[in-house]
Design a binder for this molecule. Structure first.
Ligand code: ADP
Ligand code: MG
Length: 712
């Protein structure tokens, strides 16, 4: 296997994981005892034995150096929502004028980046700089190939000197442990825990993104600075014809996809699916599901690779939730389930679902948790970018509800009546042509409008934004479900008593489920989530409707949230509050940058172009009249044009005034941006977009939607 990139014609089974310090590599290279000890940490979640660090480090270094690595880095996920890396050379002087490769156990397990330059939401002041990264042995190390460099990346967790989590990984790991502990109680209750040492959550995220031509991208300051267009008139053809979704993938895009996938395969990201998405220029990539924290690490790697490889193909990958107004935005569908280490998917309803009491308990735990914490789930995906998408009739509404489908709805209705006696079957579909196979039909249709849908053997949380790290929404999802499993386990244990007979056990389960459903089934809704009637119905049911991020942020620091995280050991009060502060601050900063960018573009690009156009019109009038030809029409259009230019100036002034407002209170500041700055920006955009439709094409100072959205 060669180390050159673009090995897209290599066999995937030979390419997969070649740049991953995988179990295969460890098994082959580590002493048996060391390998076994490491496996106990990776697979069983046991504490890492510090005595093995030196041997693992030496082995990892040899492997990396053989594959061309010159540097190593502790790779971590600070609260910027991105990844961070600081490279150190793998060599040190040998004292004889040469160098030797050197990488010790302590290099592997701990490092000390400056914690004060990352957002901490008040956890760390600038003068309190100390922070540590700690090796996460459960996530495989990998080689990052970029240009002419190869860097050994060691996944790590990031904590402050005082022990607070400064990253997205630690809370995710803690939430997985919290859920595992409560899920085991349910398994023990049903006596299905034999052989199970661990329960994990699994995630398969589907990533949507846009591709634009790199050269056009750099001619759009708004794309360069904000990753979204702040101006742009609708093109004559957008997505009206529905001709892009699942269409033939353009050759240039396919070449990019194949190259990206080859890189992902090398570092062990199991990408599975690729296709055109709904909007022109929009695409999707989806890996197979993995254990949550690995899926989350891989998701960060995937986004980096998309961005990096796009450059090589003279493209730019836009991961923003709404790069273009008027066409669909991008999300990240978060497929989520719970599984045992013996390979049982605990959200798999099996064939005769009505008899599968254990499944029904897990299902009701999810229903209860989403109902109790719909506001927190909503807040987990709040961001300035996602505000353009949620509730905009292309993405789920901001009201969080659950889609269950006919089969489960029917069974839960039966549970409410007593003992469920049947499972609806889908039957088969006859295609009417004898040469075509008969298709098994699912017992219910899909629902594309639901924010939280049961899709056969997992839930799909569809409201996550396309740029977001999935760690945070999954931390929240795991924690709220842990709480409901805890509650249900307690109720079941109490009402069944010790050593219950099968009949008593069944009665206890049905009783607990019935009460739970009565209280929480209001969150279930199988209809059209886009319909205005649903908004009314949801209000009647008392479901929270947090329309935008500013309404959602305060949930992050509500007492109920703080108590929940504290109870399950996922986040301390200070850690929760820091995340709230960071979210609000980021919202304000993003909108501030967008407003500034709009002002600059209007002043230095749009108005000058408009003035040139206006001058041409005026010159045409003078010349035409000078030639003795009547040109009233041109005079009228000049008047109208000048009026529009004034409108741009006026709306520009309004944005300038609104954006100059300061407020010491971050949430009040965010509220101002939401209520005053955003509407002012929308008005400026409307006026400027109209100018775009009038100004001579050769004078318009930036590529238009028509050019950006349709890749050549
Ligand atoms: P669908 O029929 O809903 O499209 P797929 O099996 O094709 O289902 O999976 C869609 C997505 O769901 C994929 O990204 C996949 O990785 C993910 N997925 C499938 N099973 C699970 C699971 N048990 N846990 C988490 N994600 C899953
Ligand atoms: Mg999708």
């Amino acid at each position: 296997m060669s180390d050159v990139l673009s090995t897209t014609t290599d066999r995937v089974d030979e390419l997969f994981g070649v740049d991953t310090f995988s179990k295969h590599v460890m098994q082959k290279r580590l002493p048996k005892e060391v390998y076994k000890s490491l496996l106990r940490t990776i697979d069983l979640g046991e504490p890492l034995d510090p005595r093995i660090a030196d041997i693992v480090a030496a082995t990892m270094k040899d492997w990396a150096v053989e594959r061309g690595a010159t540097h190593f880095t502790h790779w971590f996920q600070p609260l910027t929502g991105l990844t961070a890396e600081k490279h150190d050379s793998l060599v040190s002087p040998d004292g004889m004028g040469g160098v030797i490769y050197n990488f010790s156990g302590s290099d592997l397990t701990q490092s000390e980046p400056d914690a004060s330059s990352f957002p901490s939401g008040g956890l760390r002041a600038t003068f309190e700089a100390r922070g540590y990264t700690a090796w996460d042995a459960t996530s495989p190390a990998f080689l990052n190939r970029h240009g002419n460099t190869v860097t050994l990346c060691i996944p790590t967790a990031f904590v402050s000197w005082t022990g607070e989590a400064l990253d997205t990984k630690i809370p995710l790991l803690r939430s997985m442990e919290a859920l595992a502990k409560q899920a085991m109680r349910i398994l023990r209750f049903f006596g299905t825990d034999a052989g199970v040492t661990r329960v994990v959550t699994t995630v398969g995220p589907e990533q949507e993104y846009f591709l634009v031509d790199r050269e056009l991208f750099y001619r759009r300051p708004d794309l360069v600075t904000c990753e979204r267009t702040l101006f742009g008139a609708r093109p004559p053809k957008g997505q009206q014809l529905d001709d892009h979704y699942f269409g033939a993938i353009p050759a240039r895009v396919l070449a990019f996809m194949a190259d990206s996938e080859a890189e992902m395969f090398r570092v062990g990201v199991p990408v599975k699916t690729r296709h055109n998405e709904v909007a022109p220029g929009q695409f999707e990539i989806a890996p197979l599901f993995e254990t949550s924290h690995i899926a989350s690490d891989h998701q960060m790697v995937l986004m980096e690779i998309l961005r990096r490889v796009a450059e090589r193909h003279s493209l730019k990958a836009l991961l923003h939730e709404k790069p273009f107004a008027g066409v669909n935005g991008s999300g990240k569908h978060n497929n989520w389930s719970i599984a045992t280490d013996t390979g049982v998917n605990l959200l798999d309803p099996q064939n005769d679902t009505h008899t599968n009491m254990q499944f029904l308990v897990f299902l009701c735990a999810v229903i209860r948790s989403v109902d109790m914490h719909a506001d927190l789930l909503r807040a987990s995906i709040a961001s300035a970018g996602n505000d353009h998408r949620l509730g905009a009739n292309e993405a789920p509404p901001a009201i969080i509800s659950i889609f269950l489908g006919d089969m489960l709805t029917d069974i839960l209705n039966q549970v409410e009546q007593g003992l469920p006696r049947r499972t609806l079957k889908g039957g088969t579909i006859d295609l009417g042509a004898r040469t075509l196979p008969e298709l098994p039909r699912h017992s219910g249709d899909r629902n594309r409008t639901s924010p939280f849908a049961f899709t056969g053997n997992k839930f799909e949380f569809r409201a996550v934004g396309s740029t977001a790290s999935i760690a945070w929404p999954n931390t929240i999802l795991n924690t709220i479900v842990a709480e409901s499993l805890d509650y249900l386990a307690g109720e079941l244990e109490r009402s069944a008593g010790a050593n219950p007979s099968p009949a008593k056990l069944q009665a206890a389960v049905l009783g607990v489920l019935k009460t739970t459903l009565k209280e929480h089934k209001r969150v279930c809704f199988d209809g059209d989530n886009y319909a205005p009637e649903w908004h009314k119905e949801a209000a009647r049911r008392g479901l929270p409707h947090l329309r935008d991020s500013v309404e959602a942020f305060p949930v992050l620091k509500a007492k109920k949230t703080i108590d929940l995280f504290k109870k399950y050991g996922v986040l301390t009060k200070a850690e929760v509050e820091s995340r709230y502060h960071i979210a609000v601050e980021k919202y304000v900063k993003q909108l501030d940058i967008e407003a500034e960018m709009m002002i600059t573009m209007t002043r230095t690009m749009i108005l000058p172009a408009a003035i040139r156009h206006q001058t041409l019109l005026a010159a045409a009038i003078t010349a035409t009249e000078g030639a003795g030809v009547d040109c009233d029409d041109t005079v009228k259009s000049l008047e109208a044009f000048a009026g529009l230019v004034s409108a741009v100036r006026k709306t520009l002034a309004a944005v300038e005034t609104a954006a100059s407002h300061q407020d010491d209170d971050p949430l009040r500041h965010a509220t101002h941006y939401r209520s005053k700055v955003r509407p002012a920006m929308a008005a400026l955009r409307e006026a400027a977009d109209e100018l775009e439709t009038l100004v001579a094409a050769d004078l318009w100072p930036m590529p238009t939607y028509r050019e950006l959205l349709f890749l050549k």
